[in-house]
Design a binder for this molecule. Sequence first.
Ligand code: EPU
Length: 300
Amino acid sequence: MTDVFEEIDQIAGIAARKDELLSLHTSFAVGGPCDLMVWVSDIDALKRLLALAKTHSLPVMALGNGSNVLVRDGGVGGVVIRLVDDFATIEAEGEHIHAGAGASLAETVSKATSSGIGGLEFLAGIPGTVGGAVVTNAGSRDVWVSSRLVELGVLTDDLTARRLSPGDLGFGYRHSGIDKTWIVTDVLLAGYRCEVEEARHKVEEYLNMRRTTQPTGENTAGCVFKNPPDDAAGRVIDHAGLKGSRKGGAEISMIHGNWVVNTGGATAGEILDLINETRDKVQDEYGIDLELEINVIGRD
Ligand code: EPU
């Protein structure tokens, strides 16, 4: 390791691995290596990491669960952060859920449900972390996590811990105005009190809907494109006859036109080629400009 990576590795509360392949940490199962991957356990370790990164002008990014991202084959320069331990706690009180940014969204929904908190069921089946869900404003077609957000904790790049309200953050459909240099640390969500059975029933309905209409369990990153106004990207791609199209190991799902599946051995380049080709065909045929919903990062 270079000196700065050695220094990061020695911070208490950080486990580090150099040249870690991001294909091991993304739901598409593609992506080259990052310079350093770190698993950060607590806020002090995160502060020390960000301070060192700043001194050495090292880029940092939080990866979350890697489930809404396409990492290019050349990987990512700098430090990729996974938030664990203190950042993965989930507490329920009254109608509120307080979760660390690294907590699994599925476990958060499950905790809400078993605690008799309703209103978060629409998040069931989304595979990300809580932090990732808030940054991307994940949700269903019409209801997004920002509608349940009370407060957000972030650590800014000048190491200030700030508490922010949704109104400060410019949320929209699959969009947030959370500054790219900030690391989300924790999230306070509010639901409403309800019977456990009622919440469980709704969760089951959402999960069943996803199982029947989406290629769950495959190597995907969820919907590739945002829905265009008053239409659905999946419907348009289906109508254009593009389901089943392939580039190497990448395929447009036969189950849902807005999902690309790595059927085994696909590269990020193949996935990206398939996505670009799909976008061009839809533009030519229907004059619709599809906008990416997934985050494409890294170098070729
Ligand atoms: N459709 C087709 N063919 C297809 C796929 C869909 O004709 O191959 C039609 C459906 O019949 C339906 C319409 O298109 O009439 C919309 O499809 P669907 O109900 O599956 O919802 P969606 O708009 O494609 C949105 C979100 C999903 C979310 C679901 C369920 C976006 C881009 N997608 O999908 O979010 O899970 O609603 O609430 O907003 C994601 O963000 O990654 C994601 C998967």
